[in-house]
Design a binder for this molecule. Structure first.
Ligand code: BTN
Length: 230
């Protein structure tokens, strides 16, 4: 497997996309110690002090239909949560659709971008520290000892690659596992969907990986493309 390691980049997702356009293989990884314009979903910034976070992007060329690719972020989150739990015994959970939470605080985020022929799964994970002022946490803080970024990369990467294979034909069993890790289940949420402000109670994850929310006594389903805010 090829890992391209850079001291600094604008965004590993951009570099991975450029490499993929040039034909880079499935499984190629772009890793950076520092990003100058790390991106999150919906135009958010992903900030990380130099050398403190694990910042990488994984190029995937799934062999199944593109209509299943929208599941990749969920599958990546599942793989991450599983590997954090088994490697460090911490209670990581999925904050639907694609954040990893530990003890109610964000530890990692996932940004999947795709075009014809490939998808780029971008992962930012706070390893040694988390950005100040925000409501986030780091592996160091949760585990109590310093962990090496290499060690985290190896275990997370393996799990994400493995889960990404299953988005077409293993998704039902992936959803079962996601349900047991779903941070939002049982919580009240407020969010905007199609311009409408919604307040509801999360009842779980549906068969399509959608979020099930009880709104004014009626259970409704929301796709991951919709804007969710707790
Ligand atoms: C989110 O929380 O909204 C997703 C954050 C994703 C951040 C990672 S860091 C590595 C990769 N490169 C980027 O520019 N973004 C992702």
């Amino acid at each position: 497997r090829l890992v391209h390691h850079y001291e600094q980049l604008e965004s590993t997702n951009d570099t991975a996309r450029d490499l993929a356009v040039q034909g880079a293989d499935h499984g190629t990884v772009v890793l950076a110690d520092l990003q100058h314009s790390g991106r999150g979903r919906r135009g958010a910034v992903w900030a990380s002090a130099p050398g403190e976070g694990l910042l990488f992007s994984l190029i995937l060329r799934p062999d199944y239909s593109r209509r299943y690719w929208s599941r990749l972020a969920l599958a990546a989150g599942l793989g991450m949560v599983d590997s954090l739990r088994s490697a460090w015994g911490i209670e990581a959970s999925i904050k639907w659709p694609n954040d990893v939470y530990i003890q109610g605080r964000k530890c990692a985020g996932i940004l999947v971008e795709s075009q014809d022929g490939f998808a780029v799964v971008g992962i930012g994970l706070n390893v040694s520290s988390s950005p100040e002022g925000g409501d986030s946490t780091s592996l160091h803080e949760q585990v109590g000892v310093e962990v090496s970024r290499e060690e985290v990369l190896v275990s997370v990467l393996d799990a994400v690659l493995q889960e990404s294979k299953g988005c077409a034909d293993q998704f039902a069993s992936q959803v079962v596992r996601m349900r047991s890790y779903c941070w939002l289940t049982g919580k009240d949420v407020s969010f905007v969907s199609n311009g409408e402000k919604i307040h509801g109670h999360v009842t779980g994850i549906g068969n399509e990986g959608d979020l099930m929310v009880r709104v004014a006594g009626v259970e409704r389903s929301y796709q991951q493309a919709e804007l969710i805010r707790v």
